[in-house]
Design a protein around this ligand. Sequence first.
Ligand code: BG6
Ligand code: MG
Length: 213
Amino acid sequence: MKYKGIIFDLDGVICFTDQFHYQAWKKMADETGIYFDEVINNRLRGVSRMESLNIILERAKRVYSDDEKEALAEKKNRLYVEFLQKMSPADLKMEVKETLEALRRVGYKLAIGSSSKNAKLILERLGLDDFFDAVSDGTNITRSKPDPEVFLIAAEYLKLAPKECLVVEDALAGIDAAVSGGFDSAGIGEAASHEKVTYPIARFSQLLEIEEG
Ligand code: BG6
Ligand code: MG
């Protein structure tokens, strides 16, 4: 096997919370009188909550204080968590579930490397709370992707070196993070077009072909 471990981003790779993020940010922005659309939302992929808010505030008509920003980020998160509470194991795609189980059978150590502070709640909602060998997320990092910290900590939790791990990402910032941490990567969605991605994939189940190749 070329790799001993696989580190998965969560949002956009294991589950599809993009629309929840969008709708929660959109409501916050509308109520605050700030322009926000899906194009701006695309820039938030892989980026921490506060950095996402800073991107949204580029369109604001005035400067917001740190306390105001905290309140806006909290408001968005409350709306977002309401969506998450409605998720259930039925929201875990069969293809994702079966591929994860097959990778586990092959003998890979499996970890999450997500910028989200809600990662553990999402894993719980999907019935995956006990599945991964390690979870590195927004609660244990000080720098968000494209900084490699979240993946370096995931590798450390797995007791593996970056070269022994493959990172799976949907965000361009996530591939940048993998590259700067010394990890090979598999890119799905927008990340498949990153010029530095090791394996561009169109479907999650193609991770099984990487193992064979
Ligand atoms: C990432 C998402 O996984 O987590 C980003 O791609 C999001 O869009 C970030 O901003 C932080 O999420 P949370 O749940 O901590 O607000
Ligand atoms: Mg993602």
